[in-house]
Design a protein around this ligand. Structure first.
Ligand SMILES: [Zn+2]
Length: 370
């Protein structure tokens, strides 16, 4: 074989090695997008099973906090029994509650391949806060963040069937055990996001600060692929202030703009296929082509995680909804087509992230669009 042919072949072989992506990322087909359910009546504000029970005041240390936690636990126990449940409890004083230690409880619901050892799976991490603001008295916080919590419950429920099929097939084929294939998902429902008096570094993000700190100081066993639970987060997708009509969610972070673009592409494809109900003048995610970024400045639950190097996709509207931190942020002021469209978009993004084209339903009979 002439030398130049060998070098060309060598070049091609090396090129192959270099350009192979670490994780296969296959866009969902149009057919799969059509099967993504919206949640339908489950988001009804009066008796929908996902959202209605959390449209109550949910301040840490009050009965509403316990009721919200119970709602999440009951849902996962009844519908998603394969998901692990972890509590991360902490206490803190606040500027308005004197010497009393207020209890904060983050809830983590996790589904990962059954064969993984501790610290082995990479986890798409979907996040919202479930506490509500202490003032004005009786504040509900429908966009802030009851609707995002309900959306994440819907996402978990929809993913479960496909994730189960994927893990079963991989187990049967003896696959798995490689870093990029050991993908899982966790839902973080965080407590104590809101300030009790006014937003400061210590009066806000009570749950997120405690969790980021705890995970950073919880190393996995020595031979684990990921050093600690923070390191396992493949993307921290934070939903906040979603559910009002005509949302504008910019791309905030340059290093994860590629993930934003993936979600914006999904929204665009779903709109063109006529799969979304809302008809806003601009897309929810209008920044796919953004080139110039400024340092992100919105304080939210991602901050203690971002400070520790966790990749963040921040889905928060800018400007904030008109009803932000007022009594009008209640169920009646939600725009339900927008809520259901967010549920579809985030679900499709998660399905695509987890490479679910591997288990694409062959016919429309498989999944029921609700
Ligand atoms: Zn708020």
């Amino acid at each position: 074989m002439p030398g130049h042919v060998i070098s060309v072949l060598l070049f091609l072989a090396l090129h192959q090695l270099l350009v192979l992506p670490v994780v296969a990322y296959t866009a969902l087909s149009d057919n799969f997008l059509r099967l993504v359910p919206s949640g339908g009546d489950d988001f009804d504000i009066d008796n929908g099973k996902l959202l209605a029970p959390i449209l109550i005041p949910r301040v840490a240390g009050t009965p509403g906090q316990t009721a919200a936690q119970q709602h999440f636990l009951n849902f996962f126990a009844a519908e998603l029994p394969e998901w692990g449940v972890e509590w991360y409890n902490s206490t803190s004083t606040t500027p308005v509650t004197g010497n009393r230690q207020i209890p904060f409880a983050n809830l983590v619901f996790k589904r990962e391949p059954p064969w993984v050892k501790e610290g082995q799976s990479n986890l798409l991490t979907l996040v919202a806060h479930y506490d509500s603001k202490i003032t004005p008295n009786g504040f509900i916080g429908a966009t802030d963040s009851a609707a995002p919590c309900a959306i994440l419950m819907h996402v978990a429920r929809t993913l479960d069937r496909f994730v189960t099929q994927m893990y079963d097939e991989m187990s049967a084929l003896g696959e798995g055990g490689s870093v990029e294939m050991d993908m899982g998902v966790q839902i973080l429902l965080l407590d104590g996001e809101e300030a009790f008096r006014a937003w400061t570094a210590t009066d806000s993000l009570y749950g997120a600060r405690a969790l980021a700190e705890q995970w950073e100081s919880s190393p996995h066993p020595a031979m684990s692929f990921y050093r600690n639970p923070l390191d396992q987060i493949s993307m921290f997708v934070l939903l906040d202030l979603l559910g009002a009509a005509n949302p504008n969610v910019p791309s905030y972070i340059q290093t994860t703009h590629w993930a934003y673009r993936n979600m914006a592409t999904i929204e665009d494809r779903m709109r063109k296929l006529g799969l979304l109900e809302s008809a806003p003048a601009r897309p929810f995610l209008p920044d796919a082509d953004k080139k110039v970024f400024r340092p992100p400045s919105i304080g939210d639950d991602h901050v203690p995680f971002m400070a520790r190097g966790v990749p963040i996709l921040h889905l928060i509207t800018s400007p904030f909804p008109d009803q932000w931190h007022t009594m009008d942020d209640d169920g009646a002021h939600l725009d339900m087509p927008t809520v259901r469209d967010w549920a579809k978009i985030v679900t499709a993004f998660a399905l695509e992230w987890l490479d679910m084209m591997e288990v694409e339903p062959k016919e429309n009979s498989g999944a029921r669009a609700v």
